[in-house]
Ligand binder design. Structure first.
Ligand SMILES: [Zn+2]
Ligand SMILES: [Zn+2]
Length: 405
């Protein structure tokens, strides 16, 4: 429908009205979740709360998927068709909140400092508003409330293993993340690699310890570790194409315990962040080669342990264009920005390995908020006006997606 009414299409106004009608309830849900945060893989009460609210608005949630994950399926009133999935993450972080909000965390040392309470509220609001659209939809909508985004192995991978993308078979999946640097009423989209693969490594240097007065009789693990750290800097600066973003950080060195003892072992811990699988493999291979080479030069050996993190998050072009257009429908083209790539990581990447889809940014800062405290900080204070914005976007997206042949 493209009839104009006061500058908005009738459809746009309807999505906005529907979103506004559930905003108060969704915001109350958000405040409850914010007051009672739970860490990754411990989201029992969060999950029970979400399931209870979904039952109140007429859904039969499937619980216990990949841990505390929840799934609901909405069957369109006009019969079967394509299936779109929308996902919210539900876990919180070990941070002591310092916002002073009336609904601030009541749990010592725990806080929804990544905005997952808002993501959950947006999806709950969408669930409620979709009941109004249900009679005119063809196809299925799957809503996924996912635990464990903040910690390995990633709740997304566990829910996928438990079959969340089947029954019905999901054709495409979409998600969003609040962004405190973007103002409420704006969203950001971009296709291709948008978030990094974060891998951790432990590199142990094995030398030969001895008396601090007789270094010639030892293989000094501290000295070799220093050489390795320096040499590792060449991996990014001399091995990788400068158009491929890479971070290689050594964040800790542990060795020795006294002034006059040369230690025989040193342990380096670090993180590698890459934006493509070939570069990821190249960097990890080079860490081993550089460490081995430096160690051989000094008579030491190295063992490398790598814990691979989430995959690179790659948004598919077609679904990103669809998402962007759906957002422009409700927000206006002028409020859509490009989603800048980030070396942060997000387990939504697992879904995008299985299905096409797109992960976008939801502006969440009040226009007058000068501080704009960042994600994962104790003063993060998101503007709840972003909740109906997210709902209106999802309604627009669902309608557009299910209409496509
Ligand atoms: Zn986070
Ligand atoms: Zn997050």
């Amino acid at each position: 429908m493209t009839l104009q009414s006061g500058g908005l299409t009738i459809e746009t106004a309807r999505f906005q009205e529907l979103a506004a009608s559930v905003a108060e309830w969704a915001t109350a849900c958000r405040r409850h979740l914010h007051a009672y945060p739970e860490l990754s893989y411990q989201e029992r009460e969060t999950s029970e709360f979400i399931a209870a609210e979904l039952r109140k608005i007429g859904y039969q949630p499937q619980t216990g998927i990949g841990g505390f994950g929840i799934k609901v399926v909405l069957q369109g009133g006009k019969g079967p068709g394509r299936t779109i999935a929308l996902r919210a993450d539900i876990d919180a972080l070990p941070i002591q909140e310092q916002t002073g909000l009336p609904f601030a965390s009541r749990k010592e040392g725990l806080m929804h400092a990544c905005g997952h309470d808002v993501h959950t509220a947006v999806l709950l609001g969408t669930a409620r508003a979709l009941r109004e659209l249900q009679p005119e939809l063809t196809g299925q909508v799957v809503l996924i409330f996912q635990p464990g985004e903040e910690s390995a192995p990633g709740g997304a991978s566990l829910m996928i293993k438990d079959g969340v993308l089947e029954n019905p078979h999901v054709d495409a999946i979409f998600g969003l993340h609040v962004l405190p640097s973007l103002t409420v009423g704006q969203m950001g989209f971009g296709d291709g690699p948008r978030m990094a693969a974060p891998d951790e490594f432990d590199l142990t240097i094995h030398g030969k310890g001895g008396h601090g007065a007789h270094p010639y009789a030892t293989v000094d693990a501290v000295y070799v570790a220093c050489q390795v750290v320096n040499a590792l800097q060449s991996v990014v600066s001399r091995n990788i194409n400068p158009f491929d973003p890479v971070v290689l950080t050594v964040g800790s060195i542990h060795s020795g315990n006294k002034h006059n003892i040369i230690p025989g072992e040193a342990v380096l811990q670090g993180t590698v962040r890459t934006m493509s699988q070939p570069v990821r493999e190249q960097v990890l291979r080079r860490i081993q080669e550089v460490a081995d080479g430096v160690c051989v030069a000094h008579g030491a050996t190295a063992t490398l342990e790598v814990r691979t993190g989430y995959p690179v998050l790659v948004n598919s072009p077609g679904e990103t264009a669809l998402a962007r257009a759906a957002a422009a429908t409700v927000l206006g083209e002028g409020n859509i920005t490009d989603m800048a790539p980030s070396m942060g990581a997000e387990d939504f990447a697992f879904y995008l390995q299985e299905r096409p889809g797109s992960f976008g940014r939801l502006g969440a800062a009040a226009p007058e908020d000068r501080e704009r405290a960042g994600l994962h900080t104790p003063r993060l204070n998101l503007d709840e006006g972003c909740i109906p914005v997210g709902v209106a976007y999802y309604l627009s997206l669902v309608q557009d997606f299910l209409r496509c042949p």
